[in-house]
Design a protein around this ligand. Structure first.
Ligand code: NAD
Length: 500
């Protein structure tokens, strides 16, 4: 099945194996690059969430999916990976068109989604527990790992397919049943992914989709029959999810905002660090939770480094995201672009010096879309909003430091703790930095670079729990301790340990 881009797509829920596209209300999505309507998304309600959770609950409690053998679940996931590969170009176009991301990045997202699905298929086979036989001859302890139950998955707009694949195949591999809720701004690739799962033979009710806005997410987070909720989005929405989830104390995995530092020491490979700084700041239009949006540069090399950085940034092409040779596409929606521009303006009022970009593109072929130039500001003070807040656009702020201690303090001097990069050829410095920095990921002489086996998640306000890797899989499981007495009951409590 090849995904087709039609002029306007109408998308709705998939509940208990049936597609439903009728709704009283639709969210109209326009392509951020052109302003043309590309999709109409059914705005789901509390009742739709109720029906979807019921379908997932029945499939978990009464259905076959959790009881299948690991090889059977793994086979379905491998089939899905094959289907994603067959639909690579169509899926990439959906995310590029709706999300404004460069098509080359969208293709990489699809390749990443295939890798994640295959990796999860492998983990299904690895699911196992532990046995203790060292507590006396009459006792055996079994620790078994089981699927956690009904899972809700809520995703943001910046990597719609990829982030869904950081969650969904892992939950299914564990034997859970699922209700997914993609961002209303980028629903199409998730709807297509659900179709591919259907085509791969996933039983009805195991995977359900409710489309819509935050009200759907809120209802899913509140629902008492949802056992695990895995959410990716902003820290402010993450706080609402914690509040909503407290009714049944569901297990939460929260992948939230970031404000990463890219720390460049004078003893690094300068050309590599310049390239990494530009990539880290402007990859995916800077709309990336791990955007390296703060460049911390050692004072002794700062002037030359910044000169190279500006020249390299000036080579980036801004344009229609569906064009193959574009580096920076369109921002997600009008109010987001306005918020990014206001951070750039406020930053200058706070004393930062604009040294590149800083403008929305309002003339020529790109004027009907949401485009801005990649932007760099120097002399950014650590206490300023530019340094502290997640801006989530193509904006890089520069702050200088003199010592390793100062670099660590600056890197840690924000509320977030998702990722940081360090560039140095001194292994002692690199290890000291990596151990001291409070973030779930540290990139050394590289940036935004994470194979599927590496767990991903945040310290501090960047979230709870981990995605990907074995740790990501375990988020969708529960441990159960089974104590077996083979001969007699213990007669004293606590057990008599004699003269020990
Ligand atoms: P968002 O928080 O606005 O929305 C995320 C999702 O939550 C959407 O599907 C939205 O409809 C839903 N939602 C909105 N209100 C809700 C509520 N009250 N309860 C439950 N769900 C609700 O985030 P966004 O603007 O879509 O995405 C950008 C943010 O996501 C940034 O802060 C970025 O750093 C973060 N992000 C984090 C990671 C990570 O892995 N840590 C990855 C990508 C994006």
């Amino acid at each position: 099945m090849e995904t087709e881009i039609r002029q306007t797509r109408r998308l709705g829920h998939f509940i208990a194996g049936k597609w439903e596209v009728s709704s009283e209300e639709f969210f109209v999505r326009t392509a951020p690059a052109t302003g043309t309507v590309v999709a109409e998304i059914a705005l789901g309600t509390y009742v739709d969430v109720e029906r979807a959770v019921r379908a997932a609950r029945n499939s978990f409690d009464l259905g076959e999916w959790p009881l299948l053998t690991a090889i059977e679940r793994s086979t379905v996931l491998h089939r899905v990976a094959d289907l994603i590969a067959m639909n690579l170009e169509g899926l990439a176009k959906l995310d590029s068109e709706e999300g404004g991301k460069p098509i080359r990045i969208a293709r990489d997202d699809v390749r990443g989604s295939i890798a994640l699905t295959r990796y999860a298929a492998g983990l299904a086979l690895q699911m196992h527990g532990t046995t203790y036989t060292n507590n006396g001859p009459d006792y055996m302890g079994l620790i078994i790992r089981q699927p956690a139950g009904v899972v809700g998955l809520i995703t943001p707009w910046n990597f719609p397919l990829l982030i869904m694949c950081q969650k969904l195949p892992f939950a299914l591999a564990a034997g859970c049943t699922v209700v997914v809720k993609p961002s209303e701004f980028t629903t199409s690739s998730t709807a297509e992914l659900v179709r591919l799962y259907q085509e791969a033979g996933l039983p009805d009710g195991v995977l359900n989709l409710v489309t819509g806005d935050g009200r759907v997410g809120q209802a899913l987070a509140e629902h008492k029959e949802v056992d695990v909720l895995s959410f990716t989005g902003s820290t402010s929405t993450g706080r609402k999810v914690i509040e909503a989830a407290k009714g049944n104390l569901k297990k939460l995995s929260l992948e939230l905002g970031g404000k990463a530092a890219n720390v460049v020491f004078s003893d690094c490979d300068v050309n590599g660090a310049v390239e990494g700084s530009v990539f880290g700041a402007f990859f995916n239009n800077g709309e990336c939770c791990v955007s390296q949006s703060r460049l911390l540069i050692e004072d002794s090399i700062a002037d030359g480094f910044i000169g190279q950085l500006i020249s390299r940034t000036n080579q980036l092409s801004v344009g229609n995201p569906l064009d193959d040779d574009i580096d920076i596409g369109a921002l997600i929606h009008e109010s987001h672009l306005k918020s990014v521009m206001s951070h750039v303006n406020d930053g200058q009022s706070d004393g930062a010096r604009l040294i590149s970009g800083g403008k929305r593109i309002t003339h020529g072929a790109l004027s009907s879309g949401l485009f801005m130039l990649p932007t760099i500001l120097d002399e950014v003070k650590p206490e300023s909003t530019l340094f502290q807040k997640e801006i989530f656009g193509p904006v890089l702020s520069i702050t200088r430091f003199k010592t390793l201690t100062e670099a660590i303090e600056l890197a840690n001097g924000v509320d977030y703790g998702l990722s940081n990069s360090v560039w140095s050829n001194d292994i002692n410095k690199v290890l000291k930095f990596s151990r001291a920095v409070k973030s779930g990921t540290v990139y050394v002489n590289t940036t935004i670079d994470a194979p599927v086996q590496m767990p991903f998640g945040g310290y501090k306000s960047s979230g709870l729990g981990r995605e990907m890797g074995e740790a990501g899989f375990e988020e969708f499981t529960e441990l159960k301790s089974i104590s077996i007495r083979t001969n007699r009951m213990p007669i004293s409590f606590p057990p008599d340990i004699g003269n020990l």
